[in-house]
Design a protein around this ligand. Sequence first.
Ligand SMILES: [Zn+2]
Length: 270
Amino acid sequence: MEWKLGFKTEEKRKKRIEDRIEKQAFRQAELVSASNSFEIIIRSLIKIGAGTENKFRMTFIKKINMNIDFNKNTDGLVPAIIQDASTKNVLMLGYMNEEAFLKTNETKKVTFFSRTKNRLWTKGEESGNYLHLVNIKNDCDNDTLLISVNPEGPTCHKGTDTCWAEDNEPNFGFLSQLEGIIAKRKRMSEVEPELREDKNSYVVSLFDAGMNKIAQKVGEEAVETVIEAKDDNEDLFLNESADLLFHYLILLKAKGYSLKDIAEVLEKRH
Ligand SMILES: [Zn+2]
C-alpha cells in the first residue's frame, strides 16, 4: 500500500514537472525562437530524467509546426531564405517540406528538400559546408521561412559566399558606402597628380600629406568633439562627431584596415 502511494506521488510529481516545463517552453517559444526553446527544453527533460523527452518532442514539434502552411503549395514545400546570423547577408534560397523542417530543428543543421535530388538534403553533407541553425522565423502569412545561420565555409556550390556571388562581409550601411568612397580616393592618391580625374579632392590631399597629417586630423576632431560635448549646442556636437568619424575612417584606411576589423576586435571582447 505504502509502495503504491509512493509510486503515485512520484508519478504526480513527474506530471507536475512535465506540465510546468511544457508551459514554460511554449511561452518561451512564443517569446524567443521555436528552435532555441526546443533545445533548452529537451536538455532539461533529459536532465530531470522524467523520460518524457520524446513525448514532449512530438507535442512541441506539432505546436511549432502548426503555424507553417506546408499545404499552400501543392508540392508541400515552403521557400526558406537563408541569412547569416551576424552579417545579415542573404546566403541562399532553398525549399523545405515538413520533414526537412523537423530534421533541421533536431540536428541544428539546415536541411532542405532538394527538388533535383528528390530527397532530403542536408546542406554540407558532401562539402562539409554546413549551415548551423541559429533561428527560424515564419513570415506574415506562414508560407515563407527566414532562417538565420552560422555558415561553415562558402555557401554556394560554386564556391562563393552567397548564391549571388557576393562576399559575406559585415555591412555597416552608409558607413560602408563611405568606406568605399575613401578607398577610391586612396587609389586616386596613388596615381600621378596630373592623371587624376578629381584634382581638388580633400581626402586625396590627406592621403598625399601622409600618416602624420591624417592622425593629427583625428586628434583635432576628437578634441573638438570633446569641447562640443561639454557645451550645449547639439548641432555643433553632431557635426564634430561626424567629422571625427569621417577622419577616423580615413585613418583606418591609411593603416590598411576597415570598420570590419575594429568590429571583430570589439566582438571578441564582448
Ligand atoms: Zn548557389
